[in-house]
Ligand binder design. Sequence first.
Ligand SMILES: Nc1ncnc2c1ncn2[C@@H]1O[C@H](COP(=O)(O)OP(=O)(O)O)[C@@H](O)[C@H]1O
Ligand SMILES: [Mg+2]
Length: 222
Amino acid sequence: MSIVAVVGNKGGTGKTTLSLNLAAGLGRRGSVVIVDADPQQSAYQWRLIGDENMALPAVVAAAFGLEKTVRALRDVHDHVVIDCPPSIKAPQTEHALRLADHALIPLQPSPMDLWATSHLARIIEQIRPENPRLRALIVMSQMEPRTTLSRLMPDAVAELDLPVARTSLQRRSIHRLCVLEGRSVFQAGRRGAAAAAEINDLIAEIFDHDNASQEHASQEHL
Ligand SMILES: Nc1ncnc2c1ncn2[C@@H]1O[C@H](COP(=O)(O)OP(=O)(O)O)[C@@H](O)[C@H]1O
Ligand SMILES: [Mg+2]
């Protein structure tokens, strides 16, 4: 069982896009549900336009009563992905961080996004006494490898005092098209293959590491 909160302090960084696709990828490993904690309800809207016959994760809208909803869902699903509103001060973000095993923070290659994120490490440290399990990870998102900003980002991000995922997500138009069509990149055939591979890499980086360290811990126990 795992709870992943996708958080950030700005709109447009790719939180919802990552939540949907991460959940779609996790759905291939076990049962998954998306909790839409953003009052704007973009994830919920996406699910409404999606084809009922497509194997898409369910989305539960829970901007209010979030903690209760997540506690109930985590008992029946292998994975719960919480799509948070664009503010680290929003109560939904705080509640999600209190419950989560992983906080993923998508970050675009832009100075403004970097500045908006500068307090996040402190907020996560404040939550840690209540939730010592929480692991936070910045995910570079909407990267354009040939641009100067994208090249400068790794050094700039190091100042945020938060670990950065090895896997970064590139800017790909298929992401926008998929949202428009109510699907995930896993349902986009060859056009979505590169984007889906990135999501799978990110999942492996987060969860296979978890399994490896659990195995290691249980071996140490023997
Ligand atoms: N990797 C990506 N490549 C291309 N477009 C993206 C990518 N991630 C997000 N987008 C687009 O950027 C915009 C903002 O993304 P969204 O997921 O809604 O961000 P947030 O939830 O943080 O506000 C949307 O139009 C979305 O389709
Ligand atoms: Mg969003």
